[in-house]
Design a binder for this molecule. Sequence first.
Ligand code: RFL
Ligand code: PHB
Length: 395
Amino acid sequence: MKSVTRTQVGIIGAGPAGLLLSHLLCIAGIDSVVVVESRSRAEMESTIRAGVLEQGTMDLLDSAGVGARMHAEGAVHHGIALAFEGERRRIDLTGLTGRAITVYAQHEVIKDLVAAREAAGVLPVFEVTDTRIEDMDTEKPVVRYVRDGVDGALVCDYVVGCDGFHGPSRQTIPVQAREEFERVYPFGWFGILVEAPPSSEELMYARHDRGFALVSTRSPGIQRMYFQCGPSESVESGRTRKIWEELHTRLDSIDGWKIIKGKIFQKNIVGMRSFVCATMRYGRLLLAGDAAHIVPPTGAKGLNLAVNNLRLLAKAFAELYTTGSQERLLSYSHNALRRVWRPEHFSWWITTMLHNFDNATPFHQRLLVAQLDYLTTSEAGARVLSENYLGPLTH
Ligand code: RFL
Ligand code: PHB
């Protein structure tokens, strides 16, 4: 058996990028959009993921009509804390810039987007396997997949790869045509989810001679914490006592602030990488989100970067299907990349400043502390950090 569907835009991946793009295209009157996704809806909606959202991201979700729950349940944060040398210092994001961030978990964004797709009667095709793209350098690229043992084919005008860093879309571009930049960091994050009240009202990023630590939150009763670990560490190596020892050592401060412990109910390891595929369009294949670029999570930028791509793609497809002009689609890679390298730099910079590198000399460590001191005492320094953390003012 075979199922062949003709569609204007075929999207691979129903993460935040794929879902939001399909929703934006639908709003723009482009109804013929199919999203294929390898995971199940239940799995996607229950994978607890961070969500530090920039104002620009919130504005787009609002204008797409999917911001109501984010406003009702998200937490607006007006500052962050940087902890080092036993002290906690606040960066007054709002006082310095008039702006703020909202913490609203990524899987909640996914739930809102899936609900909007469901209301429009066009859910993604979940639980597909063997996804591949053929003929992308022709006028009718085809996405092939298998669902419930049936071969599926989407015959498209364009294919958008929103399938994350490990998805097949980017790999489909011939290697000699792909311009890529990569930095893999020699450490990871050991992450835990804890049943406890918040330890800190605001996110706290810490540097210690033993390495980085982060205190974040998911809800009033669930907290998220991370600490820098070796690149090949496994979750099994994290015994509960050792985890709390590491967090206390790196975070407790001389003003008496201490982390609040609780029952650890999930552990995971996060790899750290900076990556840009500068070939974001190849023939009729376009890449968006993590499929095209990765930042280490220290700067909380990945999803926000994906949203920048989608804003451009939605406009480009709207132009194509109303005027017939391919101009914006042809310049997509160039225009998207202009918004990629600033957050790439910021994410690399803040990661470098807050983590311990095995080969760092004591001289280098002191320089980093001097830099943190400057950023937390100089208004100009704090403003640079704030502007980057908050993201661009205009789009
Ligand atoms: P995703 O979320 O990886 O979704 C890709 C989807 O494609 C599907 N897929 C396939 N589907 C069909 N066929 C195939 N062969 C497929 N292969 C893959 C996958 O199942 C998946 O559903 O990419 P997308 O949509 O581009 O979204 C990117 C964001 O998820 C990512 O940038 C953020 O999570 C990054 N990030 C953060 N971003 C922020 O803006 N703010 C934050 O506070 C923030 N914190 C974080 C983060 C990422 C983290 N980790 C896990 C690296 C914190 C952490 C710890
Ligand atoms: C998280 O809550 O998981 C989180 C928050 C901020 C970051 C990274 C992760 O920079």
